[in-house]
Structures are given as structure tokens and as C-alpha cells.
Ligand binder design. Structure first.
Ligand SMILES: Nc1ncnc2c1ncn2[C@@H]1O[C@H](COP(=O)(O)OP(=O)(O)OP(=O)(O)O)[C@@H](O)[C@H]1O
Ligand SMILES: [Mg+2]
Length: 465
């Protein structure tokens, strides 16, 4: 509102100044014109033509100028008065002093009232000179009204022009303001949404200027916040799951240990054989607890560091032979055909030998655990480009396609009921994947349900030099 008032004030002042300038400009122009024509008149009279010719020429000039022409002699007596056709008033009678000034050589311009004349006039009086001697005076005048009307018209035009300009400027500025404020309002809404905990909202970026840049950086921030918050929420969820998984895994063996020991202490267990059975169970569960805690500590250590300690060049064929060898008697017991195929004997990998053994042990252990008597487990080593592939294939039940991603999760077991009997904790593959990663490698699974599973570790070959 204040701005509008200010604009109006500035505009009116400029209109007043402008119209005054227009007035003096038009007056000036008219004066120059009349003075010029008055000089024309003086040349006409100096011309030695006959009085009729002179009069005719003056009459035409008066018509053309739409003005009255008066001619005075050296003594200030009126000699000729040439009016226009439409002039109804008697001509102007000039003061003696006024004429005296002109006859002394002064050009006089006057606008307004003159003695007897009923309307305001615009009047110019110039001396007539003949070889530097003043021989008379020429006066030209016309009513002021048409000139005033002209000025009024021009003033009106400039006023309406200014008003129109102002109107256009207002409309334009409102439009610009709108286009500028809309994105800002959008951004404000997004900022509010963020403050209210609603992340990821976006504003449309329409321009490439500062406002556009602001919008896209706000969008960026909003998106990043959303991702961060989601990551935090995910982490929180995993942590909660982890805690509840650990508690659950701990409770079962602890319950067995507690109730079995109590039974023995309370004398409820009769006979050595039965006692043995109970104690064996307590021992089994204690081992299980120890393994669980060890695995957890293991995983924690592996997840903490970006690298492994105790790295060396490991001969892969030897590593495979040794780990597979550890399972020979177990495989024979379960009547499982365990085979090892080594394609490239000399391949080495830069790694931690114990950790690599741990991975192979888990994979072979899993394969044997999931294979029925009479089945087979095939271990294979081969080179592919600059990688060495170690695979463990079995012809057990395989893994359902929708479980293939989950088996890498901590504590995840496909068959929950079976797992307890098999004694696994579901940490083995999580540990294996982390170890593969720490070696710059990968571990993947391929399985057809009912036909078996193939686990493959790919490690970068590092030739011992
Ligand atoms: N060769 C396989 N065939 C079928 N299922 C498998 C095989 N290997 C692993 N799995 C599934 O993946 C799950 C996770 O395996 P992982 O080695 O992580 O845990 P686990 O063997 O149960 O326990 P842990 O290895 O910690 O003693 C297993 O419980 C099993 O359901
Ligand atoms: Mg396992």
C-alpha cells in the first residue's frame, strides 16, 4: 500500500513538471514562429511592390497564420491592420510605451490580456529595420485559447499515458511478484513439512535463477533427510531385531542347562546312564552358548574393521584340501560322497588363512548338514579371469527362491524347527559374506529347490612375487 502511494506521488510530481515544460516548449515554439513570420512581413513591406500587392500578400499570410498582423510606422502610428476572416473583435490597441520599446529595437513576446481586447492573446512585436535603421514595427497576435487548448490536449495525453503506464507497470509487477512468490510459498510449505517430520517432499523447479537453485537445494536436502531418517530407522529396526534374536538364541540353551542341572541336583535323575544323558545335554548346550558368543564377537570384529589383520599369500588348493579333509570322516559317517576338484593348483590369494578356512568350513558344514545320507557334496576350485572361484555344491533340498536373499542375514534359518537339531545359529553365512567382502571378493548362492544348492566364493587372485 505504501509503495502504491509513493508511486502515485512520484507520478503526479513528474506530470506537473512535465506539463510545465510542455507549456514553455509550445510557447517558445509559437514565439519563434511568430517572430520569424514578423520578419517575413517586414521584408514584404520593404519590397517596393504596390500597396495592393503588399496588402494581398499580408492577407494571405494572416489567413495562413490564423493571426492578426499590425504594421506601425516609425512614429508609432498604425498603418496597416490585417485581420483573419473569422476575427470578430476590433484589433488590439497597443500602449505608446510598448510601441516605443519595440521601435527602440526590442523583440517583445507577450501572452495574456492586452488593453481593450476582450480575450487573452499570444502576441509578438518586432521592429522593422532598413539598413540598421528602425523604420517601424510589426505585431502579430492570435487568441491564446487555441494554444491553451493544445497544451491542455497534450497534458491530457501525457496524463492518460502516465496512468496507462502506471496501470501496466502495476499489473506487470503483480504478475512478476506472483511468479516470484509462488515458488517461495511452495518452498515454505516444504520447509514446514520438513519441520513437521514429513521428509522427501519436493517443490517443482521451474527457473534456473537463484530461486530455482534454492528450490533444488531444498529438494536435495529434503530427499537426503528422508534417506538419512529411513537409514536410521532401518538401523534401529535391525538393532532391535538383533537384540531380540540374541536373547532368543541365548534363552533356549540357558533354559536347558538350568532345568537339567536342577533335575540332577534335586535328585530327580535316577541311574548313571540317565545322569550321563542329562550332563551330556548340559555340556552340548554350554558348547553351543560358547559358539554363539564366539560367533557374535567374531561378526562384531569383522564388521568393525575395514580390513583384516594377518594377511599373507594363501595357496588356495592347499586351503581347500585341508578344510575338505576335516570333513572326510563326518561325510563317511553320514554316507555322503564328498569330492574335491582342483583345476589350478598354483593359484594364490592375498588373505587371512584362518578366516578363509572359516568360510569354507561353514559352506562345507552347511552342505553336509543339508544333505541326506547317500547324497553328494562336490567342492571345486577353478580360475576365471583374475578371480579364483571356490564352490560347494550339494544335492540337498536347496533354498526356496524367496529365501535366497535372507540366508545372509544374521540368525536367519530357512527351516526354523530343523535348525535347532542341526545346532546352527544362523550366523555362519553372515560371517562368510563379511569375510569375502574383506578380501575384495563376493559370495553368491545358486539353487534349484529340491535339487540342491551351490555356494560360490570369488576371490581376486594375487600372485605371490
Ligand atoms: N547348502 C544349503 N542347503 C540348503 N539350505 C542352506 C544351505 N546352506 C545354508 N542354508 C540355509 O541358510 C541358513 C543360514 O545358514 P548359516 O550358515 O548362516 O547358518 P547355520 O548353518 O544355520 O548356523 P551356523 O552356520 O551359524 O552354525 C541355514 O539355516 C539354512 O536354512
Ligand atoms: Mg552354517
Amino acid at each position: 500500500m505504501l509503495i502504491v502511494t509513493l508511486i502515485l506521488i512520484v507520478l503526479s510530481v513528474s506530470i506537473i513538471i512535465q506539463s510545465n515544460q510542455i507549456k514553455s516548449l509550445i510557447y517558445n515554439q509559437q514565439a519563434q514562429f511568430f517572430i520569424y513570420e514578423a520578419k517575413e512581413v517586414s521584408t514584404i513591406i520593404k519590397d517596393k511592390s504596390s500597396p495592393e500587392v503588399v496588402n494581398e500578400r499580408l492577407r494571405i499570410l494572416a489567413q495562413f497564420l490564423n493571426a492578426t498582423i499590425l504594421i506601425y510606422n516609425r512614429d508609432g502610428d498604425l498603418t496597416t491592420a490585417q485581420k483573419t476572416q473569422h476575427e470578430e473583435h476590433d484589433h488590439v490597441i497597443l500602449d505608446k510605451e510598448f510601441l516605443a520599446r519595440v521601435l527602440q529595437g526590442e523583440n517583445i513576446i507577450h501572452s495574456g490580456k492586452v488593453n481593450n481586447y476582450p480575450v487573452d492573446v499570444f502576441l509578438v512585436a518586432v521592429p522593422v529595420k532598413d539598413r540598421n535603421k528602425i523604420t517601424g514595427a510589426v505585431v502579430i497576435y492570435s487568441p491564446l485559447a487555441p494554444l491553451e487548448q493544445q497544451i491542455k490536449n497534450i497534458r491530457q495525453i501525457s496524463f492518460w499515458g502516465a496512468l496507462l503506464g502506471m496501470g501496466l507497470a502495476t499489473i506487470l509487477s503483480v504478475f512478476i511478484l506472483k511468479t516470484m512468490t509462488r515458488p517461495l510459498l511452495n518452498m515454505e510449505a516444504v520447509a514446514h513439512a520438513i519441520a513437521a517430520g514429513e521428509f522427501g517432499k519436493q517443490v517443482p523447479v521451474v527457473t534456473n535463477d537463484e530461486v530455482g537453485k534454492l528450490a533444488s537445494s531444498l529438494n536435495n536436502m529434503s530427499l537426503q533427510l528422508k534417506e538419512k531418517i529411513e537409514a536410521i530407522e532401518r538401523l534401529d529396526k535391525t538393532r532391535q531385531e538383533f537384540v531380540s534374536n540374541v536373547s532368543h538364541e541365548l534363552r533356549t540353551p540357558l533354559t536347558v542347562i538350568q532345568s537339567f542341572s536342577e533335575a540332577i541336583l534335586d535328585g530327580l535323575v535316577k541311574g548313571e546312564k540317565e545322569k550321563d544323558f542329562y550332563l551330556k545335554n548340559v555340556l552340548e548346550e554350554s558348547k553351543r552358548l560358547k559358539r554363539l558368543v564366539n560367533d557374535l564377537l567374531d561378526l562384531k570384529a569383522l564388521e568393525a574393521g575395514p580390513t583384516l589383520a594377518d594377511m599373507e599369500y594363501v595357496l588356495i588348493s592347499k586351503l581347500v584340501m585341508v578344510t575338505a579333509g576335516n570333513f572326510m570322516s563326518l561325510a563317511r559317517e553320514k554316507n555322503i560322497d564328498l569330492t574335491v576338484t582342483i583345476k589350478d593348483k598354483g593359484v594364490t590369494v592375498y588373505g587371512n588363512i584362518d578366516r578363509l578356512k572359516q568360510v569354507m568350513t561353514n559352506l562345507i558344514g552347511n552342505a553336509i548338514a543339508h544333505t541326506r545320507p547317500g547324497g553328494r557334496v562336490a567342492i571345486r576350485e577353478e580360475q576365471k579371469d583374475d578371480l579364483v572361484l571356490l564352490s560347494v555344491a550339494d544335492n540337498g533340498p536347496g533354498i526356496p527362491p524367496d529365501e535366497m536373499e535372507n540366508i545372509w542375514e544374521r540368525f536367519y534359518k530357512v527351516d526354523k524347527s530343523r535348525a535347532r537339531g542341526a545346532g546352527g545359529t544362523g550366523l555362519g553365512l553372515a560371517i562368510a559374506r563379511r569375510i569375502a567382502e574383506l578380501h575384495g571378493g563376493t559370495i553368491t548362492v545358486d539353487s534349484v529347490l529340491g535339487e540342491g544348492a551351490v555356494f560360490t566364493i570369488a576371490l581376486p587372485i594375487a600372485n605371490d612375487v
